[in-house]
Design a protein around this ligand. Structure first.
Ligand code: ZN
Length: 271
């Protein structure tokens, strides 16, 4: 599933190239998670101002209104001057004067939603409850500790919930907890202030590194230029059950937490 770094990597791979483009036409394939919310013909003639990211949403700003794109479980975007004729899993094409932006999404949990503005109900419904951006200036260590201290759930679940800090998905939660030396099952409320500060720094470090590595390609993620990511090759614990910890050599352990696989080193993450 594309997580925040993969979405940011996707953004970086086409934002500059599509900025300033004029929309020529929109092609819709099979229904996605949510409907577009406007007549696709209405978008023709509008221009693309730029592409921002909020959580795992890409916000394609138009001269009037914006498109909110979500990659869901299996989506990827490709942007190129020309595209082959649409395949079975190509469910959205935005044809512009600079190229065609195409969403390929086999499982169709992704979406493209039009909103007249970021404050419009259809946008606010998707963006309104998101926590702070982990890579932005609003992600504050003291506020993060205060948020953790109010939760009795295991810290990994609290990270995944996305309301304290947005976009820390399954891979990067396991990796950040390893880096901070915190056991994923520890109740969030029991994390001391210094340890919360370490986790805060670890979240930022892991996500920033993942963006630098082009994201993680576990199955078929690629950015809008068709390039795979390499973070997973350097993961400390994620998907490494039974393999020696890269720090201490203890076999990495895998457990299930809320239907998701969690990986940790029992020696480096004692509590
Ligand atoms: Zn270890």
């Amino acid at each position: 599933m594309p997580e925040l770094p993969e979405v940011e990597v996707t953004r970086l791979s086409f934002a500059d190239r599509i900025a300033g483009a004029r929309i020529e036409s929109v092609r819709l394939g099979k229904p996605l998670r949510w409907p577009l919310g406007c007549d696709p013909g209405l978008l023709a003639g509008r221009s693309v101002r730029g592409v921002r990211r909020r959580g795992k949403y890409l916000l394609v700003d138009l001269d009037r209104g914006l498109l909110l794109l979500h990659l869901g479980m299996s989506g990827s975007l490709h942007f190129a001057a020309t595209q082959p004729s649409p395949g079975a899993h190509d469910h959205f094409d935005l044809a512009t004067s600079r190229g065609i932006l195409r969403l390929n999404d086999p499982r169709r949990f992704g979406a493209v939603v039009y909103a007249a503005s970021e404050d419009a109900p259809e946008a606010a419904k998707l963006l309104g409850r998101l926590g702070v951006e982990p890579l932005g200036g609003d992600f504050d260590a003291a506020a993060f500790h205060a948020g953790l201290s109010r939760r009795n759930a295991p810290v990994k679940q609290v990270l995944l919930a996305g309301d304290l800090v947005v976009g820390v998905g399954n891979i990067y939660a396991s990796e950040a907890l390893f880096l901070a030396g915190i056991r994923p099952t520890l109740k969030a409320s029991r994390i001391s202030r210094p340890r919360a500060a370490r986790l805060h720094a670890a979240v930022r470090e892991v996500l920033a590194k993942a963006v630098r590595k082009g994201g993680s390609t576990l199955r078929d993620f690629s950015n809008a230029r068709g390039e795979a990511g390499y973070f997973q090759l350097e993961a400390m614990v994620y998907d490494r059950a039974g393999q020696p910890c890269r720090v201490c050599g203890t076999p990495v352990k895998a457990i299930r937490q809320g239907q998701r696989a969690t990986y940790y080193c029992p020696a480096c993450q004692k509590s």
